[in-house]
Design a protein. Sequence first.
Length: 227
Amino acid sequence: MTIHRRLHSFLLCLGLVLLATTGQTAEINGHLTLHGNLNGCVATGTATAYVCAPVPSIGSYRAGTLYSFIAPATNTGVLTINYNGLGARTIKKVIAGVVTDLRAGDITSGDPVVTIFDGTFLRMVSPPGTAIQLIASGTLALATASIASGACATAQTATATGTLTTDTILASFNGDVTGVTGYTAATTGSLRVDVYPTANNVSARVCNNTANPITPGAVTINWRVVR
């Protein structure tokens, strides 16, 4: 039995070598352990352009083939990778069926990444390392000066370095405001708080939708900028 197993292992290894050298395919029944990488490497390069030199080298890009690497740096946006000097190929991700460019932080330094070549782009098979990127966070105490009927108070800002106008602001009160003047539920209406991004800032504006002036009570909002 031992001889038979050793012979089987030898023949399997021999078959794999032959398949690798002849470019043939075959179905393998059973368990197979591979040590090394699959069209991959520990990449080098910058945050926008990676370089990969797997051994053995790749002769050409082939559609439907997997290519992997360990990221050398966190990407800052659109990203390419060049395998064995064959030419840079852009790495993309698929969101709701749409092939789209990476955003900053989708790949972080040290991430293992698996892609598949679609004939034009290398599509990420592994999920982005950062689904939502946190840009900044903080708190903002809203003003308590009287706000006239049908008017808005002067916008308040909190510093949020790196914020773009295309970013999303997540905001909520830092506590229960049902007992706070201006924010509690009332048949006459209540104040409205608009929170929005500006360059390097989070802005908040309180507006009075009621028929009378309101002097709001003190409240604080917690905010986060994400992209």
